[in-house]
Design a protein around this ligand. Structure first.
Ligand code: ATR
Length: 274
């Protein structure tokens, strides 16, 4: 049966089927989990077809997270804050519920797996698109002292800061000011530059030697930012592979009512991604 799926475009290289199968194996569950490649134009129709036929739950990845949020009948607080969803679940009455586990997954990866206590950190968020919206509130909830949002186009950064509505802790600066704004304890790359094969020209002074640098992506998309972090002598440079496994665990628990052990799955994937 194909009761679960991940929607994306492209989607063929998605790790989600492998991660969910590994989780299911921990509980001796038989799981139907497949990839569904849907163009943006076909996404809503494909989602409705999937849930009308057999679907119980779907993960949603690029470029559909905003569309997934929009088509749902009800939305969790995390999804509402982000304006995007990475999980769709069919409720017993057939309606679709949207949730976003990205921020919680990222913070759990940092604090539990990597043992970084974010409380009191000064944080810099690079980017203000969908990915940045997905993690911004969770970073604040983790107890950072301040969150500085910097985006190439300042309007998007201002819109995110306005949506957060906590001007004493969350504020924006211009991308051009990156050379002059000192250093941060936490630097999160939430831009899509790496995914697009572009490099960011970031001043090394941003990363003090206590800095934790975190890229929301993994694989080749993260190599540029992580190389920058190492040259900048940051204390830690992490990619988003652990976040991916944690976000998958949250959706698995939502659907199956069981909490998988993420560590062996993460360790297995880490062998591939170095
Ligand atoms: P995603 O869902 O991956 O966040 P998105 O919503 O399109 O994708 O957002 C992409 C983000 O990466 C934006 O913040 C974008 O900046 P702009 O708003 O100025 O477009 C940022 N971004 C993409 N390429 C970039 C680059 N080469 N340099 C800096 N920022 C970049």
């Amino acid at each position: 049966a194909g009761q679960f799926a991940v929607f994306g475009h492209p989607i063929s290289h998605s790790l989600s089927p492998r991660i969910h199968q590994a989780f299911a194996h921990q509980f001796g569950l038989e799981l139907g989990y497949r990839t569904i490649d849907a163009s943006p134009a076909a996404f809503a129709t494909e989602v409705r077809r999937f849930f009308a036929e057999e679907g119980r739950g779907a993960n949603v990845t690029l470029p559909h997270k905003t569309a997934a949020f929009a088509l749902a009948d009800e939305r969790s607080e995390a999804a509402t804050r982000a304006g995007t969803a990475n999980v769709l679940t069919r409720l017993s009455d057939g309606r679709l519920s949207a949730h976003n586990t990205d921020g919680a997954g990222m913070v759990r990866d940092l604090t539990d797996r990597h043992q970084v206590d974010l409380r009191g950190h000064t944080a810099l968020l690079l980017g203000a698109g969908g990915a940045a919206h997905g993690v911004a509130w969770s970073i604040l909830d983790a107890g950072v002292a301040t969150l500085t949002i910097v985006n190439r186009s300042p309007e998007a950064a201002d819109a995110l800061a306005d949506a957060i509505g906590d001007p004493l802790r969350a504020h924006t600066r211009y991308w051009e000011d990156l050379a002059d704004i000192g250093s941060f304890d936490l630097i999160v790359n939430a831009t899509s530059a790496g995914v697009l094969g572009k490099s960011l020209e970031l001043p090394f002074a941003l990363a003090g030697n206590r800095a934790t640098c975190y890229d929301l992506s993994y694989g080749v998309a993260a190599t540029g930012f992580l190389a920058w972090a190492r040259v900048a002598s940051a204390r830690y440079a992490f990619d988003g592979l652990g976040m991916l496994v944690e976000t998958a665990a949250d959706s698995f628990e939502l659907w199956h009512g069981k909490r998988p052990d993420t560590e062996p799955v993460y360790a297995e994937l880490r062998k591939i991604y170095g």
